[in-house]
Ligand binder design. Structure first.
Ligand code: PSU
Ligand code: MN
Length: 312
Protein backbone atom coordinates (compact mmCIF):
# COMPACT_ATOMS: atom_id res chain seq x y z
CA UNK A 1 0.00 0.00 0.00
CA UNK A 2 1.52 3.31 -1.02
CA UNK A 3 1.21 6.36 1.15
CA UNK A 4 0.18 9.60 -0.51
CA UNK A 5 2.86 12.26 -0.60
CA UNK A 6 2.48 14.79 2.17
CA UNK A 7 0.32 12.64 4.42
CA UNK A 8 1.66 11.18 7.62
CA UNK A 9 1.12 7.46 7.87
CA UNK A 10 -0.01 6.54 11.36
CA UNK A 11 0.59 2.94 12.28
CA UNK A 12 -2.82 1.34 12.77
CA UNK A 13 -3.70 -0.27 16.04
CA UNK A 14 -4.68 -3.89 15.54
CA UNK A 15 -6.99 -4.30 18.52
CA UNK A 16 -10.73 -3.90 17.97
CA UNK A 17 -11.75 -0.26 18.24
CA UNK A 18 -15.16 0.53 19.71
CA UNK A 19 -17.32 3.57 19.05
CA UNK A 20 -18.27 5.55 22.16
CA UNK A 21 -21.87 4.28 21.87
CA UNK A 22 -20.89 0.64 21.65
CA UNK A 23 -18.27 0.98 24.39
CA UNK A 24 -20.84 2.59 26.69
CA UNK A 25 -23.34 -0.19 25.99
CA UNK A 26 -20.66 -2.82 26.64
CA UNK A 27 -19.70 -1.21 29.98
CA UNK A 28 -23.27 -1.25 31.25
CA UNK A 29 -23.98 -4.69 29.67
CA UNK A 30 -26.73 -3.09 27.61
CA UNK A 31 -28.33 -4.77 24.59
CA UNK A 32 -26.18 -4.60 21.43
CA UNK A 33 -26.88 -5.95 17.93
CA UNK A 34 -23.92 -6.57 15.62
CA UNK A 35 -24.46 -5.68 11.95
CA UNK A 36 -22.29 -6.56 8.97
CA UNK A 37 -20.92 -4.22 6.31
CA UNK A 38 -20.54 -6.55 3.30
CA UNK A 39 -24.27 -6.29 2.76
CA UNK A 40 -23.75 -2.51 2.53
CA UNK A 41 -20.60 -2.44 0.40
CA UNK A 42 -21.19 -5.46 -1.84
CA UNK A 43 -24.72 -6.79 -1.36
CA UNK A 44 -26.94 -3.79 -2.08
CA UNK A 45 -26.71 -1.40 -5.04
CA UNK A 46 -25.79 2.26 -4.66
CA UNK A 47 -27.22 4.68 -3.66
CA UNK A 48 -29.79 2.61 -1.73
CA UNK A 49 -27.07 0.83 0.23
CA UNK A 50 -26.16 3.80 2.44
CA UNK A 51 -29.79 4.71 3.12
CA UNK A 52 -30.54 1.09 4.06
CA UNK A 53 -27.43 0.84 6.27
CA UNK A 54 -28.73 3.82 8.26
CA UNK A 55 -32.26 2.39 8.38
CA UNK A 56 -31.00 -0.92 9.79
CA UNK A 57 -29.26 0.92 12.63
CA UNK A 58 -32.36 3.02 13.28
CA UNK A 59 -34.57 -0.09 13.52
CA UNK A 60 -32.19 -1.54 16.12
CA UNK A 61 -32.35 1.73 18.12
CA UNK A 62 -36.14 1.91 17.80
CA UNK A 63 -36.31 -1.50 19.47
CA UNK A 64 -34.15 -0.42 22.38
CA UNK A 65 -30.71 -1.80 21.46
CA UNK A 66 -27.43 -0.26 20.36
CA UNK A 67 -26.37 -1.07 16.77
CA UNK A 68 -22.73 -2.06 16.23
CA UNK A 69 -22.00 -2.08 12.51
CA UNK A 70 -18.64 -3.76 12.04
CA UNK A 71 -16.04 -3.10 9.36
CA UNK A 72 -12.42 -2.16 8.76
CA UNK A 73 -11.21 1.42 8.29
CA UNK A 74 -7.56 2.05 7.47
CA UNK A 75 -6.60 -1.37 8.81
CA UNK A 76 -8.48 -1.04 12.10
CA UNK A 77 -11.38 -3.28 13.01
CA UNK A 78 -14.18 -0.92 14.04
CA UNK A 79 -17.07 -2.17 16.16
CA UNK A 80 -19.66 0.57 15.75
CA UNK A 81 -18.89 2.44 12.51
CA UNK A 82 -19.84 6.11 12.70
CA UNK A 83 -21.77 7.76 9.87
CA UNK A 84 -18.64 8.98 8.11
CA UNK A 85 -17.07 5.51 8.21
CA UNK A 86 -20.31 3.88 7.08
CA UNK A 87 -20.51 6.35 4.19
CA UNK A 88 -16.92 5.54 3.25
CA UNK A 89 -17.62 1.80 3.05
CA UNK A 90 -20.88 2.39 1.16
CA UNK A 91 -19.51 4.78 -1.44
CA UNK A 92 -15.75 4.28 -1.92
CA UNK A 93 -14.39 2.15 -4.73
CA UNK A 94 -12.12 -0.75 -3.92
CA UNK A 95 -13.56 -1.62 -0.51
CA UNK A 96 -12.34 -5.19 0.14
CA UNK A 97 -14.73 -8.01 1.05
CA UNK A 98 -13.19 -9.42 4.21
CA UNK A 99 -13.80 -12.87 5.59
CA UNK A 100 -12.06 -14.00 8.78
CA UNK A 101 -8.91 -15.12 6.95
CA UNK A 102 -8.53 -11.72 5.29
CA UNK A 103 -8.55 -9.67 8.51
CA UNK A 104 -4.83 -9.89 9.38
CA UNK A 105 -3.70 -9.17 5.82
CA UNK A 106 -6.05 -6.23 5.35
CA UNK A 107 -5.06 -4.82 8.75
CA UNK A 108 -1.35 -5.00 7.98
CA UNK A 109 -2.00 -3.29 4.64
CA UNK A 110 -4.11 -0.55 6.26
CA UNK A 111 -7.11 -1.22 4.05
CA UNK A 112 -10.77 -0.28 4.17
CA UNK A 113 -12.93 -3.38 4.11
CA UNK A 114 -16.41 -4.73 4.66
CA UNK A 115 -16.97 -7.71 6.93
CA UNK A 116 -19.06 -10.75 5.93
CA UNK A 117 -21.26 -12.88 8.16
CA UNK A 118 -18.18 -14.95 8.99
CA UNK A 119 -15.90 -12.10 10.03
CA UNK A 120 -18.67 -10.04 11.64
CA UNK A 121 -19.66 -13.07 13.76
CA UNK A 122 -16.07 -13.70 14.82
CA UNK A 123 -15.49 -10.04 15.72
CA UNK A 124 -18.83 -9.71 17.53
CA UNK A 125 -18.13 -12.83 19.59
CA UNK A 126 -14.67 -11.50 20.46
CA UNK A 127 -16.35 -8.26 21.56
CA UNK A 128 -18.79 -10.14 23.81
CA UNK A 129 -21.80 -9.34 21.61
CA UNK A 130 -24.31 -12.20 21.50
CA UNK A 131 -26.72 -11.22 18.71
CA UNK A 132 -26.16 -10.34 15.06
CA UNK A 133 -28.64 -9.48 12.29
CA UNK A 134 -28.08 -10.03 8.58
CA UNK A 135 -30.08 -10.82 5.44
CA UNK A 136 -29.23 -14.34 4.40
CA UNK A 137 -26.29 -16.53 5.36
CA UNK A 138 -23.74 -17.77 2.89
CA UNK A 139 -23.65 -21.54 2.40
CA UNK A 140 -23.03 -24.36 -0.03
CA UNK A 141 -23.22 -23.25 -3.66
CA UNK A 142 -25.27 -25.25 -6.15
CA UNK A 143 -22.28 -26.63 -8.01
CA UNK A 144 -20.21 -27.23 -4.87
CA UNK A 145 -19.66 -30.90 -5.66
CA UNK A 146 -17.49 -29.70 -8.55
CA UNK A 147 -16.23 -26.30 -7.31
CA UNK A 148 -16.02 -26.93 -3.53
CA UNK A 149 -17.57 -23.46 -3.14
CA UNK A 150 -18.87 -23.30 0.41
CA UNK A 151 -19.07 -20.00 2.28
CA UNK A 152 -16.72 -19.50 5.20
CA UNK A 153 -19.86 -18.37 7.04
CA UNK A 154 -20.57 -22.04 7.79
CA UNK A 155 -17.17 -23.02 9.19
CA UNK A 156 -17.06 -19.86 11.27
CA UNK A 157 -20.52 -20.47 12.73
CA UNK A 158 -19.32 -23.97 13.59
CA UNK A 159 -16.82 -22.51 16.06
CA UNK A 160 -18.26 -19.13 17.04
CA UNK A 161 -20.82 -18.45 19.75
CA UNK A 162 -23.18 -15.97 18.19
CA UNK A 163 -26.91 -15.92 17.47
CA UNK A 164 -27.44 -14.84 13.86
CA UNK A 165 -30.89 -13.66 12.88
CA UNK A 166 -31.34 -14.24 9.14
CA UNK A 167 -33.93 -15.26 6.56
CA UNK A 168 -32.21 -18.62 6.17
CA UNK A 169 -29.45 -18.94 3.60
CA UNK A 170 -29.45 -17.09 0.32
CA UNK A 171 -31.78 -18.77 -2.15
CA UNK A 172 -29.03 -18.75 -4.78
CA UNK A 173 -27.47 -21.63 -2.82
CA UNK A 174 -27.99 -25.37 -2.41
CA UNK A 175 -30.29 -25.21 0.62
CA UNK A 176 -30.48 -28.91 1.58
CA UNK A 177 -26.70 -29.30 1.30
CA UNK A 178 -26.26 -26.21 3.47
CA UNK A 179 -28.64 -27.61 6.09
CA UNK A 180 -26.60 -30.84 6.13
CA UNK A 181 -23.39 -28.89 6.63
CA UNK A 182 -24.93 -26.83 9.45
CA UNK A 183 -25.82 -30.11 11.12
CA UNK A 184 -22.32 -31.57 10.64
CA UNK A 185 -20.72 -28.41 12.00
CA UNK A 186 -22.93 -28.47 15.09
CA UNK A 187 -24.69 -25.17 14.37
CA UNK A 188 -28.06 -24.81 16.13
CA UNK A 189 -30.90 -23.97 13.70
CA UNK A 190 -34.17 -22.55 15.04
CA UNK A 191 -37.12 -21.17 13.09
CA UNK A 192 -38.86 -18.09 14.40
CA UNK A 193 -42.50 -19.17 14.69
CA UNK A 194 -41.96 -21.81 11.99
CA UNK A 195 -40.65 -25.33 11.47
CA UNK A 196 -39.80 -24.55 7.84
CA UNK A 197 -36.37 -23.25 6.95
CA UNK A 198 -36.84 -19.76 5.43
CA UNK A 199 -35.78 -19.26 1.79
CA UNK A 200 -34.37 -15.70 1.88
CA UNK A 201 -36.21 -13.99 -1.05
CA UNK A 202 -38.87 -16.74 -0.67
CA UNK A 203 -40.75 -17.34 2.60
CA UNK A 204 -40.23 -21.12 2.67
CA UNK A 205 -37.13 -22.83 1.26
CA UNK A 206 -39.09 -26.09 1.01
CA UNK A 207 -37.09 -27.79 3.79
CA UNK A 208 -38.10 -28.61 7.33
CA UNK A 209 -36.11 -27.91 10.50
CA UNK A 210 -36.30 -29.51 13.94
CA UNK A 211 -36.88 -26.57 16.26
CA UNK A 212 -38.81 -23.37 16.46
CA UNK A 213 -39.17 -20.53 18.96
CA UNK A 214 -42.25 -18.43 19.60
CA UNK A 215 -40.80 -15.33 21.17
CA UNK A 216 -37.62 -13.25 21.52
CA UNK A 217 -37.60 -14.29 25.19
CA UNK A 218 -37.44 -17.94 24.24
CA UNK A 219 -34.51 -17.31 21.89
CA UNK A 220 -32.78 -15.29 24.61
CA UNK A 221 -33.22 -18.29 26.94
CA UNK A 222 -31.48 -20.51 24.36
CA UNK A 223 -28.54 -18.11 24.18
CA UNK A 224 -28.32 -17.96 27.96
CA UNK A 225 -28.59 -21.75 28.19
CA UNK A 226 -25.70 -22.15 25.78
CA UNK A 227 -23.56 -19.79 27.86
CA UNK A 228 -24.45 -21.37 31.19
CA UNK A 229 -24.19 -24.97 29.99
CA UNK A 230 -20.83 -24.01 28.50
CA UNK A 231 -20.61 -27.22 26.49
CA UNK A 232 -20.97 -25.94 22.94
CA UNK A 233 -19.10 -23.28 21.07
CA UNK A 234 -21.13 -22.94 17.91
CA UNK A 235 -23.54 -20.43 16.44
CA UNK A 236 -27.32 -20.33 16.72
CA UNK A 237 -29.03 -19.60 13.42
CA UNK A 238 -32.42 -17.97 13.96
CA UNK A 239 -34.41 -18.30 10.73
CA UNK A 240 -36.90 -15.43 10.46
CA UNK A 241 -39.05 -15.95 7.35
CA UNK A 242 -40.71 -13.25 5.30
CA UNK A 243 -44.50 -13.39 5.31
CA UNK A 244 -45.65 -15.07 2.07
CA UNK A 245 -47.30 -11.85 0.85
CA UNK A 246 -43.92 -10.05 1.05
CA UNK A 247 -41.81 -12.62 -0.78
CA UNK A 248 -40.39 -12.29 -4.29
CA UNK A 249 -42.62 -13.98 -6.85
CA UNK A 250 -41.23 -17.55 -6.96
CA UNK A 251 -41.49 -17.79 -10.77
CA UNK A 252 -39.57 -14.52 -11.18
CA UNK A 253 -37.07 -15.77 -8.59
CA UNK A 254 -36.37 -19.05 -10.39
CA UNK A 255 -36.13 -17.43 -13.80
CA UNK A 256 -33.77 -14.70 -12.53
CA UNK A 257 -31.60 -17.24 -10.75
CA UNK A 258 -31.34 -19.42 -13.87
CA UNK A 259 -30.17 -16.52 -16.04
CA UNK A 260 -27.82 -15.35 -13.28
CA UNK A 261 -26.20 -18.77 -12.93
CA UNK A 262 -25.64 -19.10 -16.68
CA UNK A 263 -24.21 -15.56 -16.94
CA UNK A 264 -21.90 -16.39 -14.05
CA UNK A 265 -20.71 -19.50 -15.84
CA UNK A 266 -20.14 -17.73 -19.17
CA UNK A 267 -18.31 -14.82 -17.50
CA UNK A 268 -16.17 -17.16 -15.39
CA UNK A 269 -17.16 -15.57 -12.08
CA UNK A 270 -15.69 -17.51 -9.12
CA UNK A 271 -14.67 -17.21 -5.47
CA UNK A 272 -15.81 -14.30 -3.36
CA UNK A 273 -17.24 -12.52 -6.42
CA UNK A 274 -20.01 -15.13 -6.86
CA UNK A 275 -22.46 -13.91 -4.20
CA UNK A 276 -22.18 -10.17 -5.04
CA UNK A 277 -22.51 -11.04 -8.75
CA UNK A 278 -25.72 -13.02 -8.30
CA UNK A 279 -27.27 -10.47 -5.92
CA UNK A 280 -26.44 -7.63 -8.33
CA UNK A 281 -27.98 -9.65 -11.16
CA UNK A 282 -31.21 -10.02 -9.15
CA UNK A 283 -31.31 -6.34 -8.26
CA UNK A 284 -30.69 -5.17 -11.85
CA UNK A 285 -33.08 -7.58 -13.56
CA UNK A 286 -36.18 -7.51 -11.33
CA UNK A 287 -36.99 -3.76 -11.64
CA UNK A 288 -36.11 -3.21 -8.01
CA UNK A 289 -38.38 -5.96 -6.68
CA UNK A 290 -35.62 -8.15 -5.26
CA UNK A 291 -34.04 -5.06 -3.72
CA UNK A 292 -37.25 -4.13 -1.93
CA UNK A 293 -37.56 -7.70 -0.66
CA UNK A 294 -33.92 -7.79 0.43
CA UNK A 295 -34.34 -4.54 2.39
CA UNK A 296 -37.53 -5.85 4.00
CA UNK A 297 -35.67 -9.01 5.07
CA UNK A 298 -32.83 -7.09 6.69
CA UNK A 299 -35.04 -4.62 8.54
CA UNK A 300 -37.26 -7.41 9.91
CA UNK A 301 -34.19 -9.31 11.07
CA UNK A 302 -32.73 -6.20 12.71
CA UNK A 303 -35.98 -5.69 14.63
CA UNK A 304 -36.09 -9.30 15.86
CA UNK A 305 -32.38 -9.27 16.76
CA UNK A 306 -32.89 -6.13 18.84
CA UNK A 307 -35.85 -7.71 20.65
CA UNK A 308 -33.71 -10.76 21.43
CA UNK A 309 -30.81 -8.60 22.67
CA UNK A 310 -33.21 -6.66 24.92
CA UNK A 311 -34.69 -9.93 26.26
CA UNK A 312 -31.17 -11.18 27.06
N1 PSU B 1 -27.03 -11.30 3.08
C1 PSU B 1 -27.56 -10.40 2.19
N2 PSU B 1 -26.68 -9.81 1.32
C2 PSU B 1 -25.31 -10.05 1.35
C3 PSU B 1 -24.78 -10.99 2.28
C4 PSU B 1 -25.70 -11.57 3.13
O1 PSU B 1 -28.77 -10.18 2.16
O2 PSU B 1 -24.56 -9.46 0.57
C5 PSU B 1 -23.28 -11.26 2.31
C6 PSU B 1 -22.85 -11.65 3.73
O3 PSU B 1 -21.79 -10.81 4.09
C7 PSU B 1 -22.37 -13.08 3.59
C8 PSU B 1 -21.81 -13.05 2.20
O4 PSU B 1 -21.43 -13.43 4.56
O5 PSU B 1 -22.83 -12.34 1.48
C9 PSU B 1 -21.55 -14.46 1.68
O6 PSU B 1 -20.53 -14.41 0.73
P1 PSU B 1 -19.76 -15.76 0.33
O7 PSU B 1 -20.81 -16.60 -0.34
O8 PSU B 1 -18.69 -15.32 -0.64
O9 PSU B 1 -19.21 -16.34 1.57
MN1 MN C 1 -17.58 -18.79 -1.92
Amino acid sequence: MGTEAGTVKIMPNFVIRYSDDVQAARSRSGPIVALESTIVAHGLPRPDNLRVAREIEQVVRDHGATPATIGMIGGEIICGLDDEQLTRLATADGVAKLSVRDLPVAAAAGLDGATTVASTSAIAAAAGIGVFATGGLGGVHRDAARTFDESADLGTLGRTRIAVVCAGVKSILDVPATLERLESLGVTVVGYRTLRFPGFFIADSGYAIDWSADSPTQIAAMIRAQREQDVGGAGIVVGNPLPVESQLDPALHDETLATGLSLMESQGVTGKAVTPFLLAHFHSSTQGRSLAVNVDIILRNAALAAQIAVAL
